[in-house]
Design a protein around this ligand. Structure first.
Ligand code: PBG
Ligand code: ZN
Length: 329
């Protein structure tokens, strides 16, 4: 035909656009993160993460009750403590605030609330690294010793009813070690959502302040992935799948949409993406400065993550979305 095509016909009205939309925001796939700390009646705001707090278990339970009312039924917990040592003992002791919080939340809500927890050592080591150091050397993290501690932490979490473990440490073989320990202890239903392609990223800044988990020396480039690498993510994918991961994750999300797309195309398990603290903070700061409309940018960002191939999204925006009904257009 010698006529010019007119793609704008399908953009003319809202109804036509809705009919032709290729992607729909999947709010049911979203998980709300929380920071749980020690103490009583603690609720501290977090620099860079407006609307997200550090809470002791009692306050955490109040927040969960509110969130459940607004429709949240999937949460992910991160621990915050000042009790740190060389071997991250707090990660799996009985006073670990996350272990207490998971227990209380599961006792109260049972299967009406899906509770996931971070499995990593950086909030519990005095070095702030995700594994334990050899002779206190920040550049020398002992993989296999760290994996042993991580699997103990995973087992403790499973034993208080945690539905899903999220190993975020990027040590080698940790998914296998956690899976083995779960199976041999009878926790056959515990889901492992592996941080499969977790990149060494500047976008974690606000989180490290929230979790008091910044490394005091060195950086995380010896274990987290290099952002120049794409094929390597497929290698991590193969390993995590063969080690028993139920869900694989890409992190951060927005600068890594190619990686999300690769994992979606090359995996048969659900793909999650972590819309991380720095991504959230940049939206909040632009909104506060009056530069953007927050709702529009949140929906755009999250839809893009879905479009790239993520089935599940961890996002600090979820509370705002549900409170304001942003998912309804
Ligand atoms: C801990 C962990 C981090 C995040 C999740 N788990 C920080 C890090 O690796 O330094 C970042 C999440 C965020 O920025 O929202 N391993
Ligand atoms: Zn860590």
């Amino acid at each position: 035909m010698d006529l010019e095509p007119r793609p704008r016909r399908l953009r003319r009205t809202k109804i036509i656009r809705e009919m032709c939309a290729e992607t729909h925001l999947n709010v049911q796939g979203m998980i709300q993160p929380y920071f749980v700390c020690e103490g009583n009646s603690v609720r501290e705001s977090i620099n860079g993460l407006p609307g997200i707090n550090r809470e002791s278990v009692d306050k955490f339970m109040e927040s969960v009750a509110q969130d459940v009312k607004s429709g949240i039924n999937k949460i992910m917990l991160f621990g915050v403590t000042d009790r740190k040592d060389a071997l991250a003992a707090t990660a799996y002791d009985n006073e670990n605030p996350v272990i207490i919080a998971v227990n209380e939340a599961k006792q109260k809500y049972g299967d009406d609330l899906f509770v996931a927890a971070d499995v990593c050592l950086c909030a519990y080591t005095e070095s702030g690294h995700c594994g334990v150091s050899v002779n206190g050397d920040a550049d020398n993290i002992d993989n296999d010793r760290s994996v042993e501690i991580l699997s103990q932490m995973g087992l403790r979490l499973a034993s208080v009813g945690c539905d899903c473990l999220g190993p975020s440490d990027m040590m080698d073989h940790r998914v296998a070690a956690i899976r083995r320990r779960l199976e041999s202890s009878g926790y056959t239903n515990t889901i492992i959502m592996a941080y499969t392609a977790k990149y060494a990223s500047s976008y974690y800044g606000p989180f490290r302040e929230a979790a008091k988990s910044a490394p005091d020396k060195g950086d995380r480039k010896g274990y987290q992935m290099d952002f120049r690498n794409r094929t390597e993510a497929l290698r991590e994918l193969d390993l995590d799948e063969s080690e028993g991961a139920d869900i694989v994750m890409v992190k951060p999300a927005l600068a890594y949409l190619d990686i999300i797309s690769d994992l979606r195309q090359n995996s048969t398990v659900p793909v999650a993406a972590y819309n991380v603290s720095g991504e959230y903070a940049s939206v909040k700061l632009q909104a506060e400065a009056g530069l953007i409309e927050e709702k529009q940018m949140v929906i755009e960002n999250l839809t893009a993550i879905n479009r790239a191939g993520a089935d599940i999204i961890l996002t600090y925006h979820l509370r705002d979305i549900l409170k304001n009904g942003w998912q309804n257009g």
